[in-house]
Design a protein around this ligand. Structure first.
Ligand SMILES: Nc1ncnc2c1ncn2[C@@H]1O[C@H](COP(=O)(O)OP(=O)(O)OP(=O)(O)O)[C@@H](O)[C@H]1O
Length: 244
């Protein structure tokens, strides 16, 4: 099968600074990749490079065989790259429904379909963006990216700053979007354990380079690379009834 996304030896940064170096990445259609790493290791810069807002320093970026290396962000969006930024930049002075209809493009993901995925948004469809909770704003940001009917969805720290119960709801929705609906995705996440249950494969970045690449399953089974590169204690949960 040909790659949906292919990054070959990509280096990029801002101004004179190179932030990510010689990144090789391949994503098949329907596959989801977790991008993990400590703060400031270049995760957002990697997403920014895929959407085309960093300074290119080398390598190639292709989507479904089409070379997008020198393409502007608007052309990349038209080619099928959807993006949910960390800031969840929804239109705060528009209603939920207006946020969706303002950008919707024909395709599988209709406004009705995203309401099925996020019933909370349907309940709140007449509310202004500014009246939504953080979790609802994140759901709306994802829903808005979906109604653009992208081939690839990029999510930047979707669970950041959200209450645990909302995080679970959001992860369940992401799982349905990826697993059941076959959406291809690259998900940047600080909380490795949460996202590995949603993605097929994972990379860990350190100082702008890939220091680990493998399946999500292998990281769940053997979290040693997470402990090594993220400093998290990713031990399996103790059995119920265990004495601490
Ligand atoms: N717009 C920018 N201009 C210049 N330098 C930047 C810019 N954005 C990020 N950087 C620098 O690039 C490096 C990587 O930042 P980046 O945001 O990609 O890391 P990150 O892994 O996503 O971190 P976080 O988890 O904190 O969001 C940092 O040293 C940061 O200061």
């Amino acid at each position: 099968m040909s790659d949906l996304l292919n990054l070959h030896q990509v280096s990029a940064g801002y101004g004179d600074a190179t932030v990510i170096s010689r990144i090789d990445l391949r994503l098949q259609p329907g596959e989801a990749l977790a991008v993990l790493g400590r703060n400031g290791t270049g995760k957002t810069t990697l997403l920014n490079t895929i959407i085309g807002v960093t300074r290119h320093r080398g390598g190639t970026v292709t989507l479904a065989g089409r070379d997008l290396t020198g393409a502007r962000p608007d052309r990349r969006a038209l080619a099928g790259i959807g993006w949910v930024p960390q800031e969840r930049n929804i239109f705060k002075s528009l209603t939920v429904e207006e946020n969706l209809t303002a950008v919707a493009r024909p395709g599988l993901w209709t406004v009705g379909r995203v309401y099925e995925m996020f019933p909370r948004l349907k309940e709140r469809r007449a509310n202004m963006g500014s009246q939504l909770s953080g979790g609802e704003q994140q759901m709306l940001a994802i829903a808005r990216a979906l109604v653009l009917n992208p081939r690839l969805l990029l999510l930047d720290e979707p669970t950041e700053g959200l209450a645990p119960i909302i995080v679970e709801e959001l992860l369940a929705a992401m799982k349905r979007i990826i697993r059941n609906e076959g959406m291809s995705a690259v998900v940047v996440e600080q909380h490795a354990q949460k996202v590995l249950g949603v993605t097929d494969s994972a990379i860990i970045l350190d100082r702008g380079t890939i220091v680990h690449a493998g399946s999500s399953r292998s990281l769940i089974d053997d979290p040693a690379p997470l402990e090594q590169h993220l400093g998290v204690t990713a031990r399996k949960k103790p059995r119920q009834g265990a004495i601490h």
